[in-house]
Design a protein around this ligand. Structure first.
Ligand code: AMP
Length: 369
């Protein structure tokens, strides 16, 4: 990872991949141009590396010239593009190939076409190393494309972020989520996850998502999701993975600016853990730790029965349902300890004692992450 000004960037395209794409562009263009001597026109500043490497790979005689059109101000391509500087040569009757480092909105390209309208060139072709199809808003044909990339800001290989990064030989992509603390709060039913989550979310400014709470909210409001979940929850069984995963994803998306999350009651299966990893990866983030409250079964049963007297939860009222939930936890969920241990992210915490004592134990773990 690198930092330019205030932003972090992660490695995206290696110099080998760039080299291979440049080679393809040079070969394809040389084949199409035939015996003519083309004029390659680079658009400064970004294209200086592209043009330099391209020219070295071009196998036949050619001319090289530059024009300048500054189009980037900060991270976003600006609408108003500066005027052309530097086209002094007469290009009448010539085969011209524009060499671009990147085409995103196509605004620069529109300006290039506007400028070349009055030049009596024989043909005007457009070649670009990088192309962002999701951002491109124009109809101009792109004759040669090196690498298609998603619509995310990149630096390196001539491309800059506020002046920095042009000299980096490979390409880096912006990290959109700068830093997140994502905790999986783990433990059998009745271990005290909800109580401790309240403390952690305030202390570390995190968003607390309890899948059990979200399901109960949906049941209360008689939504379709609630109706579906209820049939499983009342028996102490797990709600099917896809239902739970879709719901969790939606909850995370609702809080896109969060500094991090406490996942409480999720993931409960390997499939859920894998989907959570993917979701966080798409946000340039990851699980920081699984913090597990460890409590003996008999203490859990006692705690849940006593909670059931006031909580009104159907699944807290009956000892056999409680035991089924604990069994579900050990049968299906406890394997997640292995999942996170394998990534060195598992932290077991003794969950027996006063609320304050347990809070201190959790805090000690999280502070050291
Ligand atoms: P909890 O409040 O975490 O004890 O969850 C209560 C019930 O909601 C569970 O017994 C399940 O029926 C359902 N549930 C909550 N989270 C999940 C999950 N991640 N996967 C499947 N079912 C869940």
């Amino acid at each position: 990872m690198i930092k330019l000004h205030d932003k972090y960037f992660k490695p995206f395209i290696s110099s080998q991949e760039i080299d291979a794409a440049m080679q393809r562009l040079a070969t394809d263009i040389a084949n199409d141009v035939g015996d003519e001597i083309p004029v390659f026109v680079g658009i400064l500043n970004g294209s200086f590396m592209v043009v330099s490497d391209f020219a070295k790979k071009y196998p036949k005689p050619c001319e090289v010239t530059f024009i300048k059109l500054a189009s980037y101000e900060g991270v976003k391509s600006t609408e108003d593009i500066q005027r052309l500087i530097g086209l002094t040569q007469d290009l009448t009757g010539r085969t011209v190939v524009i060499l671009e480092d990147i085409i995103d909105t196509g605004n620069t390209l529109a300006e290039v076409h506007r400028i070349f309208e009055n030049e009596q060139v024989k043909s005007l072709k457009i070649a670009t190393l990088f192309y962002k199809p999701e951002a491109y808003k124009k109809d101009f044909k792109l004759h040669y494309i090196g690498i298609e990339i998603p619509n995310k800001f990149i630096v390196g290989y001539g491309l800059d972020y506020n002046g920095l990064g042009r000299n980096i030989p490979e390409v880096y992509q912006i990290k959109e989520t700068q830093y997140m603390t994502n905790l999986v709060l783990f433990g059998p039913p009745g271990a005290g996850k909800g109580t401790q989550a309240e403390f952690l979310k305030t202390k570390y400014n995190l968003v607390h998502i309890s899948t059990g709470d979200v399901f109960r909210f949906n049941i209360k409001n008689e939504t379709a999701l609630g109706m579906l979940a209820k049939s499983y929850m009342d028996k102490g069984e797990l709600v099917p993975d896809q239902v739970t995963i879709d719901m969790l994803n939606a909850e995370v998306e609702k809080n896109s600016g969060a500094k991090g999350f406490i996942f409480d009651g999720f993931p409960r299966t390997n499939a859920q853990a894998e989907s959570l990893d993917k979701l966080l990866e798409s946000k340039d983030s990851a699980i920081s730790a699984m913090v597990a409250l460890e409590v003996d079964d008999e203490i859990l049963v006692k705690r849940l029965l006593s909670r059931g007297k006031t909580s009104g939860r159907v699944d807290d009222a009956d000892e056999s349902i409680i035991r089924n939930r604990i069994k579900e936890y050990y049968d299906k969920t406890a394997i997640l300890k292995d999942y996170y241990s394998a990534q060195n992210k598992y932290y077991g915490v003794d969950g027996v004692g006063s609320i304050d004592e347990i809070t201190l134990r959790l805090d000690a773990v999280i502070k050291n992450l």
